[in-house]
Design a protein around this ligand. Structure first.
Ligand code: B12
Length: 209
C-alpha cells in the first residue's frame, strides 16, 4: 500500500477540510479506494494509541472521528462501486449499551466493498432488533461490534436471541477491541475477526463465497 501522509495526518489532527479534500483528490487521481481507506485507518489507529496513552482526550478523539466519518462518506460509494453483485446479506450493529461505531462502520464498508449487501442497524442495538433485521432482509450473517468490556455480555444475549429465533443457518460474527476468539467460542458465536480486513475473509469462509 502506498502511504498518503497528509490524509493520515488529517485524521490524526481531526482536520475535516483536509480529510475530505485529500480523499476526493486521491479518488480523482485514480488511487484505489482500499488504499485511501488504509490511510484513513492508519490515522484512526494512531488516535486510539494516543488516547490510551493519555496523550489526547475525548474531545480530540471525537474531532478525529468526525473527520473520519466525513472522509468515509465520500469514499463509501466508491468502495461499494468497486464491488460486484451482493454475494450475501449481512446485518451489522453495535450491541446494546455501546455507542462506539467507527470500527463497526469500517467493517460495514469493507463488507460492502467486498460485494455484500450490508444493513447497518446502528449503535446501542438490542438483541431483538438484530433478529428482526436479519428476518426482514433474509440475512446470512449478523455482525456484532462491542468496544466496552461492560457490553460484551450483550453479545452473548444477542447470540442467544439469534439461536432462539432459529434463523435458518444465520452466522454470527463478532469483533471489537476487547473481543477474542476464545470469547467468541465461549458465547457460541460462529466467527471472530480482529480487524475490518480479516472480517471480509471470515464472512467469505462462513457463507462459502
Ligand atoms: C473513539 C473512542 C470513543 C468515542 C466513540 C466515537 C464513535 N463514534 O465511535 C467516544 C468519545 C464517544 C467514546 C466514548 C466512550 N468510551 Co471510548 N474509545 C474510543 C477509542 C479511542 C477508539 C475506538 C475506535 O474507534 N478505534 C478505531 C477502530 C477502527 O477500531 P475498533 O473499533 O477496534 O474496530 C476494529 C476492530 O476491533 C474490528 N471490529 C470492530 N467491530 C467489529 C465488528 C465485527 C463484526 C468484526 C468482525 C470486527 C469488528 O474491526 C475494526 C476495524 O479494523 C477507544 C480506544 C481504543 N484504542 O480502542 C476507546 C475505548 C474503547 N473507550 C473506552 C471508554 C471507557 C469509553 C467511555 C465509557 C468513556 C466515558 N467515560 O464516557 C465512553 C462509552 C460510551 C458508550 N456507552 O459507548 C475504553 C473501553 C475500556 C473497556 N475496557 O471497556 C477504551 C478502550 C479507551 C480506554 N483505553 O480506556 N469512545
Amino acid at each position: 500500500m502506498k502511504p498518503i501522509p497528509d490524509l493520515t495526518e488529517a485524521i490524526k489532527t481531526g482536520n475535516r477540510a483536509l480529510a475530505t479534500e485529500a480523499t476526493q483528490r486521491e479518488l480523482d487521481a485514480g488511487n484505489s479506494p482500499q488504499e485511501i481507506l488504509a490511510a484513513l485507518v492508519a490515522g484512526m489507529d494512531d488516535v486510539g494509541r494516543r488516547f490510551k496513552a493519555n496523550e489526547i482526550f475525548v474531545p480530540e478523539v471525537l474531532i478525529a472521528a468526525r473527520a473520519m466519518k466525513e472522509a468515509m462518506a465520500i469514499l463509501e460509494p466508491k468502495l461499494v462501486e468497486a464491488g460486484y453483485e451482493p454475494l450475501a446479506t449481512a446485518v451489522i450493529g453495535t450491541v446494546q449499551g455501546d455507542l462506539h461505531d467507527i470500527g463497526k462502520n469500517l467493517v460495514a464498508m469493507m463488507w460492502k466493498g467486498a460485494g455484500f449487501n450490508v444493513i447497518d442497524v446502528g449503535t446501542n442495538v438490542p438483541p431483538e432488533r438484530f433478529v428482526e433485521a436479519a428476518k426482514e432482509h433474509s440475512a446470512q450473517v449478523i455482525g456484532l461490534s462491542a468496544l466496552l468490556t461492560t457490553t460484551m455480555p450483550a453479545m452473548k444475549q444477542t447470540v442467544d436471541a439469534v439461536n432462539a429465533a432459529e434463523l435458518n443457518g444465520v452466522k454470527v460474527v463478532i469483533g471489537g477491541a476487547p473481543i477474542t476468539q476464545s470469547f467468541a467460542d465461549e458465547i457460541g458465536a460462529d466467527g471472530f475477526a480482529p480487524d475490518a480486513a480479516s472480517a471480509v475473509d471470515r464472512v467469505r469462509d462462513l457463507v462459502g463465497v
